[in-house]
Design a protein around this ligand. Structure first.
Ligand code: SF4
Length: 455
């Protein structure tokens, strides 16, 4: 099959600092990568360098300040990588952001601060909206230049970037229809097919996949537990109060019954999203901005619905299939298609996970994902002040509740009632996202970001 999905589960779902995978994880990787290129220069050449400059474009320029992009780049330049850095790496970098020394290798250092990282044009003609240009300079003379694109979900690309050579998927697919054909032909359950593809494409053993899945589940659960314990204000000028702990206390008081059950879902999603907004480590699921929904569902399944660890692993593999299809055929970037690509996609992933982990047939999981995605279509991305706080945090809670409701609708009704299939919902998301004004795609130029600014 041409154009089969080859993304790794562990590229889609990965650990890194919030608050925005496009704005923190990929930029941190870019900073790290540029330093590798710089260090590889001949000593005589890098010794000439007087400064390093980074220019940010698109939504990185529009909302990079609130998203901590400069800190993430600086942390990357200083040698941090998202999946290996301390949970509070951005706060650590902020403490000495005015006077850092970059290690250029061979005993050469270069002073650098967040002032070297410049917010440039929001509108531009580069091939991707979130563009970064790194330059090593001797005065005005460019010694080394590299352009990078943050393409959503923490993925980093650059001109001439080529997909690393991979194995062939054991079972190629690129739509839900072709995935279902493979499942029907092989008789495999979805989670086994996903695992077989991960092994074939990326050479991981089944034991390694299990360990990595468990690590993701642990980090997601920890982000909820930490968020439930923490009170106070989130960083930034908005002065936004954390709400998860209060919501959870009420849910507990109501013994998680009736509205207390819904309050628990909300509290779990708020907790992980608040941790993300604080710049702490979360799992991109599929992005940082949407990092609260899958953890909420994991906690619901584990604490309130009797799910075992294997159910969670299998459910996560089903969720990943949904995320892959959205990424492959539309986008998971708020900067490209608005929030339908972030909270909409994660809500669809979570709905499928709920259904699959609860033992529903695949058709019910697909229907749940379709319902969740369909009812996020057209959702704008308009973060107030560029912070991943309003509307993002509550939007995750709404996405988690919608995922649960989509699962209820899909699992209660006969699957044959469903008239819209998942591929059609993804196509509608791609078209809607394409038609949306750029103002509603993570620029903070419209929507709530605008009306709040005018208050
Ligand atoms: S509004 Fe949605 S897409 Fe935009 S930053 Fe917030 S969570 Fe991400």
């Amino acid at each position: 099959m041409r154009n089969a999905i080859t993304t790794s589960l562990f590229d889609l779902l990965k650990v890194g600092p919030g608050p925005s995978s496009s704005h923190t994880i990929a930029p941190m990787k870019a900073g790290f990568d540029f330093m590798q290129r710089l260090r590889a220069l001949p000593k005589a050449q890098k010794a000439l360098a007087t400064t390093l400059e980074v220019r940010l474009f698109g939504s990185l320029a529009a909302t990079g300040e609130g998203h901590g992009t400069r800190l993430a780049i600086l942390a990357g330049l200083l040698g941090n990588l998202p999946d290996a850095c301390r949970p509070d790496a951005l706060s650590q970098t902020a403490a000495h952001q005015e006077a850092c020394q970059l290690d250029c290798g061979e005993g050469i250092t270069l002073p650098c601060s967040t002032k070297n990282i410049i917010f440039d044009a929001v509108q531009h003609n580069f091939e991707h909206s979130n563009t970064m240009i790194f330059r090593l300079l001797q005065g005005q003379v460019v010694l080394l230049e590299q352009m990078y694109f943050s393409v959503g979900g923490g993925f980093l690309r650059w001109p001439g970037w080529q997909e690393p050579s991979l194995g062939q998927p054991a079972y190629a697919y690129n739509t839900m229809a072709s995935l279902k054909k493979q499942l029907a032909a092989t008789g495999l359950p979805l989670h086994s097919l996903m695992q077989a593809n991960e092994m074939a494409l990326h050479g991981l053993s089944s034991q390694a996949i299990t360990q990595k899945l468990d690590h993701l589940i642990t980090v997601m659960e920890q982000s909820v537990l930490l968020g439930l314990k923490t009170k106070g204000l989130l960083p930034g000028f908005i002065g936004l109060q954390r709400k998860a702990a209060v919501m959870y206390a009420q849910a507990k008081q109501e013994q998680f019954q009736g509205a207390g059950f819904l309050k628990a879902i909300n509290a779990y999603a708020l907790a992980a999203s608040e941790e993300n907004a604080a710049g702490h480590c979360v799992v991109t699921a599929p992005t940082c901005g949407s990092a609260g929904v899958l953890p909420a569902v994991i906690c619901m399944l584990k604490y309130h619905m009797g799910a075992e660890q294997q159910d969670l692993r299998d459910g996560l593999l089903a969720a990943a299939a949904i995320g892959f299809l959205c990424k492959h055929n539309a986008s998971i970037s708020g900067a490209e298609v608005g929030c339908q690509g972030e909270v909409g996609v994660t809500s669809a992933m979570a709905a499928a996970m709920l259904a699959y982990a609860r033992g529903c047939p695949l058709q019910i999981a697909e229907n749940a994902a379709e319902i969740a995605l369909e009812h996020h279509l057209g959702l704008t991305c308009d973060p107030v002040g560029g912070f991943v706080q309003i509307p993002c945090i509550e939007r995750n809670a709404m996405g988690a509740v919608k995922a649960y409701n989509a699962y209820l609708i899909a699992s209660t009704l006969d699957a044959s009632y469903q008239r819209v299939d998942f591929d059609k919902a993804v196509a509608a998301m791609a078209q809607t996202g394409h038609d949306m004004s750029h103002k509603y795609k993570e620029t903070s130029e419209a929507g709530l970001a605008q009306s709040m600014a005018e208050c």
